[in-house]
Design a binder for this molecule. Structure first.
Ligand code: CA
Length: 224
């Protein structure tokens, strides 16, 4: 079992890391959200212990980005207080469970055992929306029998749409999901890439599966 601990309070982070190692877990420690994202993308963790209060990207945002990237390691959120808002936000962001600080190490272990005992996480294999198919593992996509020739960015954008068919996604959500660096967050970058994507997945097939939602963003038709 390999666990990622994300906690900026050095002492607490190291305490949890050491405790987990004594219990036979492999445990890595990240002190910042960005670092945690990088590590979780590189390593297939069995669980992530994620503090909400982090400098820079907070725990909610880290969790949202992980899920948007298709990383489904179970997340146990550490909330600073037993506030309903924090719990709701955590679960909305894609966390699996939460633990309010201060917590006992025994309880942390029990929660981790429960999380890692659950049925193996459903990692989406090949996604299908209407005639569109996308395989995140091999990075290939098709409309019907025709394979689509997509750039890396077009591919991640299509993947975001296919994770939420029929749902209107804002430009902000699409940016967060497909772009890592804030400096790329020019307002029209999404519009440009949606146009590219339409040229590849829709126009040659006489389709119109990515709809513009006025004042919001875009939506992939559920019957693409
Ligand atoms: Ca903290």
């Amino acid at each position: 079992m390999r666990v990622l601990v994300v906690e900026d309070e050095k002492k607490l982070g190291q305490l949890v890391q050491r405790g987990l190692r004594e219990e036979g877990y492999a445990a890595d420690l990240a002190e910042q959200g960005e670092e945690a994202l990088w590590m979780a993308r590189a390593v297939d963790y069995d669980a992530i212990v994620l503090d909400v209060m982090l400098p820079g990207l907070d725990g909610f945002e880290v969790c949202r980005r992980l899920r948007a990237d298709g990383i489904w390691s179970p997340v146990l959120m550490l909330t600073a207080r037993d506030a309903v808002d924090d719990r709701v936000m955590g679960l909305d962001a894609g966390a699996d469970d939460y633990l309010a600080k201060p917590f006992s190490f025994e309880e942390l272990l029990a929660r981790l055992r429960a999380l890692t005992r659950r049925a193996p996480v459903q990692r989406p294999s090949v996604m299908e929306v209407g005639e569109l198919r996308l395989d995140p593992a091999s990075h290939r996509a098709w409309r019907g029998d025709t394979e689509l020739d997509l750039s890396a960015k077009e591919f991640s954008l299509l993947e975001l749409f296919m994770r939420r068919p029929g749902i209107a996604l804002s430009r902000g959500q699409l940016l967060d999901g497909a772009w890592d660096m804030a400096f790329e967050a020019r307002s029209n970058v999404i519009d440009v890439y949606v146009r590219y994507l339409r040229e590849k997945i829709d126009r040659p097939f006489g389709r119109d599966s990515i709809e513009t939602v006025r004042g919001v963003g875009y939506r992939l038709r559920a019957d693409a």
